[in-house]
Design a protein around this ligand. Structure first.
Ligand code: S3P
Length: 179
């Protein structure tokens, strides 16, 4: 029996497919979709890159925490998060309390290829983004691993297949036959 308080949160590195797979999950389940980066931009009125450039990462992390807090009482939401959400332990505690936390994984090659298509990620505006990805990825892997209830690789399968597998895992997690 569903309580109506079920949520699925997607965590993972930049370019792991959180937003696109999140939208597909929301469509398939008929749930609401929330994206912490979008919530921050909506509230602040500036793009993420501008927030980083003007106020720095620490300020951004405060806004990111506020975005997660604002979803605390949600149910039937797919929550796509920013890649750095796991760097603050209080975010992880809250996400695990309120949702089934799914880690979308991808190889560094796939991540590099996906994020190279745009320049809107302030942390990757470095002389050698490939090395930056490798360093940040290594730092964050254990954080994603311990935050997640479930992990799924996104490097090769279609978004639809991945979404179906996540839904099946969420049903097992919540002990329901249908969602
Ligand atoms: C960040 C990831 C970005 C965004 C910000 C910081 C990170 O989100 O929150 O640029 O620290 O990894 P995506 O993971 O959606 O790119």
């Amino acid at each position: 029996m569903q309580s109506g308080r079920e949520n699925i949160a997607l965590i993972g590195f930049m370019g792991s497919g959180k937003s696109s797979i999140g939208r597909m999950l929301a469509r398939k389940l008929g749930w609401d979709f929330a994206d912490t980066d979008h919530l921050i931009v909506q509230r602040d009125g500036r793009e993420i890159s501008e927030i980083f450039a003007t106020n720095g990462e620490a300020f951004f992390r405060e806004q990111e925490h506020a975005a997660i807090e604002s979803l605390r009482d949600s149910g039937r939401h797919i929550i796509a998060t920013g890649g750095g959400i796991v760097t603050q332990p209080e975010n992880v505690t809250l996400l695990r309390e309120m949702s089934f936390v799914v880690w979308l994984t991808a190889t560094e090659e796939v991540i590099f290829e996906r994020v190279s298509r745009n320049t809107n990620r302030p942390l990757l505006q470095t002389p050698n983004p490939r090395e930056t990805i490798a360093a940040l990825h290594a730092l964050r892997l254990p954080l994603y691993e311990s935050a997640a209830h479930f992990a799924i690789d996104t490097s090769t399968r279609s978004h639809a297949e991945i979404a179906d597998e996540i839904i099946a895992a969420a049903q097992r997690h919540y002990g329901v036959a249908d969602m």
